[in-house]
Design a protein around this ligand. Structure first.
Ligand code: PGA
Length: 300
């Protein structure tokens, strides 16, 4: 049997066994009914036993037929698994990963991508860093594979995974009078000139929420659209601000004073998200797995 039975015959037989009808099997496989009947006759002859019995218009599988149907399903299952794995291997060898990160995530996203690219040198990676509005538009239009954000967007069908801590700390120039004080109250802090990120920034929202919890509102002295501009302004003595600790990645320790303030650091997190229902590419899945593995190792 092994040498003469074709895959095609098994495919036809599986369809007949599943659908209980020669006609429906021929329709599903786009074959004529005589072709189907002839292939089944050949299959029976090669096996040497009847596989199908016809009683009136109904067809039944014989005991041997039932066993062959089971074996056929197993063979197809093995083939399906093989095809999936082969496609995955191919995807990891030369797949593509399109990543979008919100402003502040630019401090760590390139490093993560660099580590990932070393593990999978064949995957072509692109990273766009942009503001919240554009990130939301890209999610809505299903343009990128994965997004790195400080807060999963509300009202959107998404899957989100926490990947890292994002502490927000209060920064001042090293010679600032508050630098030596302990346990500074939010009321005292609100009296300082504040440098704030633009409206809509996740960092800014977190700062304003923390003040609002105490019934305090702060009016920024200066609004600046980037973390680096805020850091420069702090160093020139224009005021204080609170930023993600990640924004200090490239600064020397001691370049800024981290103030000891009640209710700080604000404990936020970074999330990797993608639109629910999006068929993730093999490369994107591998990157997400890499992020999760990394976060597990950091927490263990
Ligand atoms: P940003 O940061 O919007 O302030 O750049 C992202 C976030 O923390 O949500």
């Amino acid at each position: 049997m092994r040498h003469y039975t074709t895959f095609r015959q098994l495919e036809i037989f599986e369809a007949i066994a599943r659908l209980g009808s020669f006609t429906r099997a021929s329709e599903e496989l786009y074959l004529t009914q005589p072709t189907v009947s002839m292939q089944m006759k050949k299959l029976s002859e090669m096996v040497g036993v009847p596989l199908i019995e016809q009683v009136g218009k109904k067809i039944y599988l014989t005991e041997d037929g039932q066993e062959l149907a089971q074996a056929t399903r197993e063979i197809f299952g093995i083939m399906d698994r093989f095809t999936t794995l082969a496609a995955e291997r191919q995807g990891l060898k030369k797949g593509q990963l399109r990543l979008m990160a919100i402003t502040t995530a630019s401090y760590f996203a390139p490093r993560l991508l660099g580590e990932f690219a070393k593990l999978y040198p064949g995957i072509e990676v692109s990273l766009r860093v942009t503001n919240k509005e554009q990130v939301l538009a890209s999610i809505a239009n299903n343009l990128d594979d994965l997004y790195l954000l400080g807060q999963p967007p509300e009202g959107m069908e998404i899957e989100s995974t926490l990947i890292m801590d994002n502490p927000i700390i209060v920064l001042a120039a090293p010679d600032h009078p508050l630098a030596k004080e302990k346990n500074i109250s939010l009321e005292r802090l609100a009296q300082e000139p504040w440098l704030m990120r633009e409206k809509g920034s996740g960092t800014r929202n977190a700062i304003e929420r923390r003040f609002a919890e105490q019934g305090i509102s702060v009016r920024p002295r200066l609004e600046l659209g980037s973390n680096e501009a805020i850091k420069q302004a702090i160093l020139t003595g224009l005021g204080i601000s609170a930023l993600s600790r990640h924004t200090l990645t490239l600064n020397q320790p001691g370049q800024f004073a981290v103030l000891d303030v009640q209710g700080y650091p604000i404990l936020r997190h970074w999330y990797a998200i993608y639109p629910a229902g999006r068929q993730m590419s093999v490369a994107a899945r591998a990157f997400l797995d890499y992020l999760l593995e990394r976060s597990k190792q950091k927490n263990s």
